[in-house]
Write a protein that binds this ligand. Structure first.
Ligand code: GLU
Length: 315
């Protein structure tokens, strides 16, 4: 038994697209404690390949915020330093360049789509012999993307550790999905899958907004002949209006609490209480939670967070 537990490898994979807030941190707390409670390893991976959306300084700030909150990790990676690895993986995949704009793809929808993912009917399949040819057709203002060719009837099923059984016919829901907007393959979907395989991640714990994107990721992992990790998708934090926690709900950035004199244990205690690990209003350090951690006390509904920035975390 112990040997099995010692093999658990989990990861924290922030994108530096904005400051860390209560929503991200609750998911990271679950991911971190899940790994530590099983005697496993925690990998920190900065997913900084989304250049137009990445914010300067956000990566360093996220790292510092997490350390301040009491997180630690055993290995540290930055995706922008690993682009050569994604290029090699891309060469093994059934991909083709596509020059369709979002509007082209939106116009091609025949049914409502799941989440913000769009169905792609393969308009550019077989159209270009190379990326260079596609880039020329796209013109100087647009970039092509690589799409993964999904054969008809490609249904992916898996048992999510938290969300339960999930099944999706990727050829119907997504069609040929985008893999990367970069010639060499340095883009979120490909990079995340390649890194999970190479880093030996055994279980991916993350927000359930990514559940509908998971079957596509499993297809990529299988095409790379990798050992597909288990998935554990947990509910997001939402504001009183039921929408994903964001600026409009007040300032819940960790840096804001930190500057206002809130203690890390108050933030961790608040989030831990939302997961059923301690009473509301208790201050607790991350390390003290390792023993109390359980997945089955986490509510299956999104955590509705109504605190205002002025009335910080008080019970
Ligand atoms: N970097 C992604 C995000 O912050 C998470 C990706 C993942 O966990 O697979 O949304």
């Amino acid at each position: 038994m112990e040997e099995v537990l010692a093999c658990y490898v989990g990861r924290l994979a922030p994108s530096p697209t904005g400051a860390l807030h209560l929503g991200n941190v609750r998911t990271f707390l679950i991911a971190y404690l899940r790994a530590r409670s099983l005697g496993g390893k925690v990998i920190f991976r900065m997913e900084d390949l989304d250049h137009p959306r990445d914010k300067p300084g956000a990566a360093a700030e996220a790292r510092e915020d997490l350390r301040w909150l009491g997180f630690d990790w055993d290995e540290y990676y930055v995706q922008s330093e690993r682009k050569h690895i994604y290029r090699e993986a891309l060469a093994q995949l059934p991909v083709y360049p596509c020059v369709c704009t979002r509007r082209d793809v939106e116009r091609a929808q025949s049914a409502p789509h799941e989440g913000d993912q769009l169905y792609y009917p393969g308009i550019c399949r077989g159209r270009f012999a190379s990326w260079a040819e596609a880039a020329k057709a796209a013109g100087p203002l647009r970039m092509p993307c690589w799409r993964f060719r999904v054969e008809e009837g490609t249904r992916v099923e898996f048992d999510d550790v938290f969300a339960g059984h999930y099944s999706q016919d990727v050829s119907v829901v997504l069609g040929d999905f985008p893999l990367a907007r970069d010639e060499a393959g340095a883009g979120y979907t490909l990079a995340a899958v390649v890194d999970d395989l190479l880093m030996g991640v055994t279980e991916v714990v993350r927000g359930d907004d990514l559940l509908p994107a998971t079957p596509a990721q499993i297809l990529v992992a299988r095409a790379l002949k990798g050992s597909v990790p288990a998935y554990c998708h947990v509910p997001l934090v939402v504001g009183p209006d039921g929408r994903r926690l964001a600026k409009r709900h007040g300032d819940t950035r960790i840096g804001h609490y930190r500057a206002s004199g809130v203690k890390p244990e108050e933030i961790i205690g608040f989030l831990a209480s939302s997961c059923g690990w301690c009473p509301r209003g208790e201050s607790v350090a991350i390390k003290e939670l390792v023993e109390n951690f359980r997945l089955d006390s986490i509510p299956h509904e999104p955590f509705s967070c109504s605190i205002q920035s002025s009335n910080i975390l008080g019970g």
